[in-house]
Write a protein that binds this ligand. Structure first.
Ligand code: UD1
Ligand code: UDP
Length: 439
């Protein structure tokens, strides 16, 4: 019996890990348990409820206006007891949040092999998205198994020196989750009716723009510009309805309410549960977002996406023509949105359903890889973690290396990739604290 502990803490990790947890629970040969850090609380709990997952361990860490330092330190000091109690043969983490990094580092310190779901995404810019690009790179560095969602992600890992045998091309588990929820909505017209009834002020015969926004690197002026662009868009197109489920982070919620309140065709709501959110995506004319997950889901539903970021680690939808990077400049956002509203040809070109992110079988591929795997930890004897099948070039045998022996070269590598990386240590700390203060 392979004993696997999955660790996650935020809404997107929960959505993307839920189908995997459920599939592993049904598979003989695995004993699966869930630890949530609760880096998010309400936004996480709603996903757990939807997918009927009751975590065995809950660190309950979320604090209002928490800093990156708070979350990292609290996870590192809190999760050790869980690892000691659960004694997993492997830990599975997802994506690029602070939970992902801290849970991986804590597992690495205990010689527990790590499987990284959604490995290999890269923008190449350590500051965008911040701090996620660092989180995912460091997590990949300490992982034994890299579950890459796309061929590009796999190639990124191999180009960085990860052995091919440690990389499995799986597709993204978000598509597994999306297909499951879409099927529920399609199979039950009453459910779709219930979803529509949740938004009584919306006229479903009119065009709808669905909006989300929450990235830390945009906090402050860029986020205010993004909101101003939405306000102007609503004024220029009174026939169009904008629905904006606002993230609970006060650094987002407060300026969004200040700038966007009081317009008849902007509906601001709290974060939506996944079921109504998928319903809204399916009814939207197009989507404006800086979300990673939504960039993957909307193209699968044939919805054009304007990505309000300067970079993306998900270039596949851009290459396919369904997504476009527009940054946070007011004129650029307005220009791109107007084109989609005014130019039918331009709209049609972007509204082609394409799905570069998966076929709904990502979880099966991850499980198949884990079933074949022999390099699990031997419980009670962790003096040496099984050598990862994927030791990085120049770091052969993570098993024997000290933690600083891994992290220091990775930071050096990052400094080489991005020249601002090294002198930025003070800046990061300042910005982290400033985040909380700005909110
Ligand atoms: C985090 C992740 C980001 C991910 C995003 C998904 C990091 C550094 N950031 O960003 O990668 O894209 O989640 O949404 O890991 N809050 C609540 N209730 C909740 C959730 C959040 O009140 O259920 C508020 C709290 O005041 C909290 C703040 O939001 O302190 C920020 O939450 P945090 O997880 O630190 O950052 P996110 O911006 O959500
Ligand atoms: N989502 C949701 N309700 C919302 C907004 C988003 O259920 O109100 C879902 C969305 O479909 C996607 C995930 O949350 O699966 C994305 O989360 P988020 O944008 O917070 O994080 P990111 O993907 O950027 O890390």
């Amino acid at each position: 019996m392979k004993k696997i502990l999955t660790v996650f803490g935020t809404r997107p990790e929960a959505i993307k890990m839920a189908p995997l947890v459920r599939a592993l629970r049904e598979r003989p040969g695995f004993e699966i348990s869930v630890c949530v850090t609760a880096q998010h609380r309400e936004m996480l709990d709603r996903v757990l409820a939807l997918f009927d997952i009751v975590p065995e361990h809950d660190l309950d860490l979320m604090r209002n206006r928490q800093t990156l330092t708070d979350i990292t330190c609290n996870i590192l000091s809190g999760i050790g007891d869980v690892y000691e109690a659960a004694m997993p043969d492997a830990v599975l983490v997802h994506g690029d949040t602070t939970t992902t990094l801290a849970a991986s580092l804590a597992a690495f310190y205990r010689h527990i092999p790590i499987g990284h779901v959604e490995a290999g995404l890269r923008t190449g810019d350590m500051w965008s998205p911040w701090p996620e690009e660092l989180n995912r790179r460091l997590t990949d560095s300490v992982s034994t198994w890299h579950f890459a969602p796309t061929a590009l992600a796999r190639d990124n890992l191999i180009a960085e020196g990860v052995c091919e045998s440690g990389v499995v091309l799986t597709g993204n588990t978000v598509i597994d989750a999306l297909i499951g929820v879409t099927k529920r909505l399609e199979a039950d017209p009453r459910l779709a009716g219930e979803m529509a009834a949740r938004f009584p002020s919306i006229d479903w015969s009119r065009r709808i723009i669905l909006v989300t926004g929450h990235r830390r690197e945009s906090f402050g002026e860029p986020f205010r510009q993004f909101c101003t662009a939405l306000r102007m868009l609503a004024s220029c197109y009174p026939d169009v309805q904008i629905i904006y489920p606002v993230h609970l982070n006060p650094a987002v919620r407060v300026p969004a309410e200040q700038i966007l309140s009081g317009l008849p065709n902007i509906l601001m709501t709290g974060p939506q549960d996944y079921l109504p959110f998928v319903f809204l995506m399916s009814r939207a004319h197009f989507v404006i977002t800086d979300s990673g997950g939504v960039q993957e889901e909307a193209p699968a539903l044939g919805k054009p996406v304007l990505v309000t970021r300067d970079t993306t680690e998900r270039p596949e939808a851009i290459a396919a023509g369904t997504a476009r990077l527009v940054g946070t400049d007011i004129g650029t956002i307005l220009g791109a949105a107007s084109e989609l509203l005014d130019n039918e040809d331009a709209y049609r070109q972007m509204a082609c359903a394409t799905n570069p992110y998966g076929d709904g079988h990502a979880c099966e591929r991850i499980i198949a890889a884990l079933e074949k795997e022999t390099a699990f930890a031997v419980r009670g004897n962790r003096s040496r973690t099984p050598a990862p099948a994927c030791a990085h070039a120049g770091m052969s045998g993570i098993a024997g290396a000290s933690s600083t022996g891994i992290i220091v070269p990775v930071l050096a590598e990052l400094a080489a990739v991005h020249p601002r990386a090294t002198p930025s240590v003070t800046r990061v700390a300042d910005a982290d604290d400033a985040d909380a203060r700005a909110a």
